[in-house]
Design a protein around this ligand. Sequence first.
Ligand SMILES: *[C@@H]1O[C@H](CO)[C@@H](O)[C@H](O)[C@H]1NC(C)=O
Length: 491
Amino acid sequence: MHAMMSLRATSRLSPLIRYRAKSNLAVLAEIISKNAANLEKVGQNSSTPLPSIDEPFHPQTEAFRQDPANAEAAAQIVAASLQLAATLSSPMEALYHVAAGPFKGAALRVSIEANIAEILREAGPGGLHVNDIAKQNGQDPKKLARFLRYLATNHIFQEVEPDVFRNNRISGLLDTGKDSKAILADPDAKYDGTTGVTAIVAHHLDEITKGSVYAWEHLNDAEAKNIQDQRGSPMAKYLGKGKNQWEWFEQPDQLPRRKRFDMAMKGAAALQSSEAIRAGFDWSKLTKGSIVVDVGGGIGFAAASIADGFPDLHYVVQDLPGAIANAKEFWQERNPKAVEKNGVTFEAHSFLEAQPKRDVSVFFVKHIVHGFTDTYCKQILDHLRSAATDKTVLVLPEFIVPHACRLPEAEKQARQNVPGSIDPEAPAPLLANYGSQLAYGADMAMMFGPNGQERTYREMDNLLTNSNWKITKVHRQAGQMSVNFYEAVPV
Ligand SMILES: *[C@@H]1O[C@H](CO)[C@@H](O)[C@H](O)[C@H]1NC(C)=O
């Protein structure tokens, strides 16, 4: 009887489980121990110390990742750990890691708005009792303790004694570096002059999250489905029909949100270094005077970064009139020589309109198409195609969203002639994408807010093909997933 039952139970299991010589548990543990042993050695070197979760963040603890072998070892350990946690947690616990995501986000937002990271930095390594935190920021100490304990359970802040909290490696990212009393005296200026990193997180936890809770209603809104611009986004559903984020920001009482958003975008841009922008394309092969158009380039920060290394090219910074006014100011300060000797032209122009016809060598279109639905992308790419000569190259720095599975062999074969087009894959039994979340988070944020999309290689290939462009190359930069450069030529 017992034998029969166990036989029946066994027969319901997939062949994968029944015949695996080693359990997944052992395989995953082996991946961790093998890679950890390698990293331990790296950590012995004083110039590449390994991170500690308990210490406040220090940039030196990221130095080890500059060696691709170390970055790979860390990525495999993280992937295996996440997979182990999902495997061995009770399904309800594992489900609630995700189901309670919005609760965690709420706690995180409270900690940012209440300036906890700044207050705890000032308190030092001993930390501070919630009652004393509350005395400084005027919040309810009992509720603060509940939020902070939830975050500490997720390795953001540390509870060192009951109700006493201090910063750790992760909570350090929430610290603007400013004096907490100065922020409390003028909360609207909190993000002014910062790197913008905290501003990005705060923007996601506020505006984008407000959109996110309407994702399902948005999907089932017959009218919104057909709206291709921002008014068709989940955020618009939160704001009320016919409104978008920009109109929201225009209201006088929304000035702090608008300022924070501007800082967030600055922070997002700063995630890509000038070196990374120059390294993404072989600018040296362009002849003197070649025209490079920074399409929708804002103040032309990217073009200015390229001009630092390649001053003999001619740069055209294109954007809407407001940005162009700022662009002139920015260049005058950053690169007055280029302005003086006519190395840069400023053009008030919308990429949704036809491009002027001229001999353009490179259309540089950085993080533009991710802000739009396919319909608008086609307009943008068609305009560029119409203005292209047969020598024009289209360069698109964008996220490349990986699949969660391995690429089928046939598709790998089909992409053989496009260098860099195949997403790096983690070894089995890890998820092919290492369980890395950032590209998907960016994609969701683009859907919820601007009604845009981060795209897989396939999706980008389709977009470009539909506008008569052909991808010839993908330049991937390790650890810089948002500065992967697609290169395409006219067909
Ligand atoms: C320590 O690390 C630095 C930076 O990666 C490297 O240049 C140096 O050779 C390493 N030293 C040893 C003894 O491995």
